[in-house]
Design a protein around this ligand. Structure first.
Ligand SMILES: [Zn+2]
Length: 230
C-alpha cells in the first residue's frame, strides 16, 4: 500500500515539500492553470509536432517517426485530464512532472469520461505478421527508443504498406489541433468547463452516432402516411 504524502494528494508521489513552493512550478501554474492558456499552448505545440512527425513519415524515416508518436497522444490526454478531471490540489503535481505522471494514468479516466470508452490506445489489435499488440506498448517502446521499436521499424521497412499515409496522420493530429482550438475559443468566450466538456464529448462521438441521430430526426419528422379515403 502506498502511503499518502502530506505534501501532495497524488498517491505514490515522493515530494518532500508542496510542489507549488517551487518557483518553476508557480510559473507553470500561471500558464497551465488557466484553461484558455493551457489550450493555446498545447495546440501550438501540437501543430508544430504534427509537421515534424509528418515530415519524418513522408521521408520514410521510420524510426524517427515511431519515436515521436507518443507525444501528440500524451499532450492531448494530459490536457483533457488537467481540464476536466484533475482537482485543483492535483494541478501542482501534474505540472511539476514528478512521478507518478505517466500518460496511461491519465488516459484511463479520460477514455472513460471523454471518449466514452471508445479509445483504442489500450485495446488489443492483431499484429502486423504474428500475434497481437496494444498501440500503447508500441508508443512507449518508440518513446523509449527500445530494441522492440527498432524491430518494429525493421518489420515496417519490409511492409511499407502497413505505414499510415502522411495524409491520414495529418488528419489524425489535425483533429487534436481542431479540438484544442475549439476548447480554447470556448474558454476565451467565457464558457464553463461543464459546457466545454459536453462539446468535446460530442466531438469525439463516432460518425455512426451522428448517422443514427440523423435517422432518428428523419423518422420523427417524416409526414405520416395519408389514410385511404373511405
Ligand atoms: Zn506530487
Amino acid at each position: 500500500m502506498k502511503k499518502p504524502n502530506p505534501h501532495c494528494p497524488v498517491l505514490g508521489c515522493r515530494t518532500g515539500k508542496p510542489h507549488d513552493t517551487d518557483t518553476l512550478v508557480q510559473g507553470m501554474l500561471a500558464e497551465f492553470g488557466s484553461p484558455e492558456k493551457l489550450t493555446l499552448w498545447t495546440r501550438t505545440a501540437m501543430a508544430e509536432l504534427s509537421q515534424s512527425i509528418c515530415r519524418d513519415l513522408q521521408e520514410k524515416k521510420i524510426f524517427a517517426w515511431l519515436s515521436r508518436l507518443r507525444q501528440p497522444e500524451e499532450i492531448y490526454v494530459r490536457t483533457l485530464y488537467t481540464l476536466f478531471i484533475a482537482t485543483k490540489e492535483e494541478l501542482p503535481h501534474i505540472v511539476s512532472g514528478d512521478t507518478p505522471n505517466g500518460m496511461m494514468g491519465y488516459y484511463k479516466p479520460v477514455n472513460k469520461l471523454v471518449f466514452e470508452g471508445r479509445g483504442l490506445l489500450d485495446a488489443t489489435h492483431p499484429g502486423l505478421t504474428v500475434g497481437s499488440f496494444k498501440p500503447v506498448h508500441a508508443l512507449h517502446a518508440g518513446a523509449h527508443g527500445s530494441f522492440s521499436a527498432i524491430m518494429t521499424c525493421i518489420g515496417l521497412a519490409h511492409h511499407p504498406e502497413a505505414l499510415p499515409s502522411p495524409d491520414k496522420y495529418i488528419e489524425h493530429v489535425g483533429k487534436y489541433c481542431t479540438y484544442l482550438n475549439y476548447m480554447h475559443e470556448m474558454f476565451k468566450g467565457g464558457k464553463s468547463k461543464q459546457d466545454v466538456l459536453a462539446g468535446v464529448i460530442s466531438l469525439h462521438k463516432p460518425a455512426s452516432y451522428w448517422a443514427e441521430q440523423q435517422a432518428k430526426i428523419k423518422e420523427a419528422t417524416a409526414s405520416p402516411p395519408i389514410p385511404p379515403k373511405p
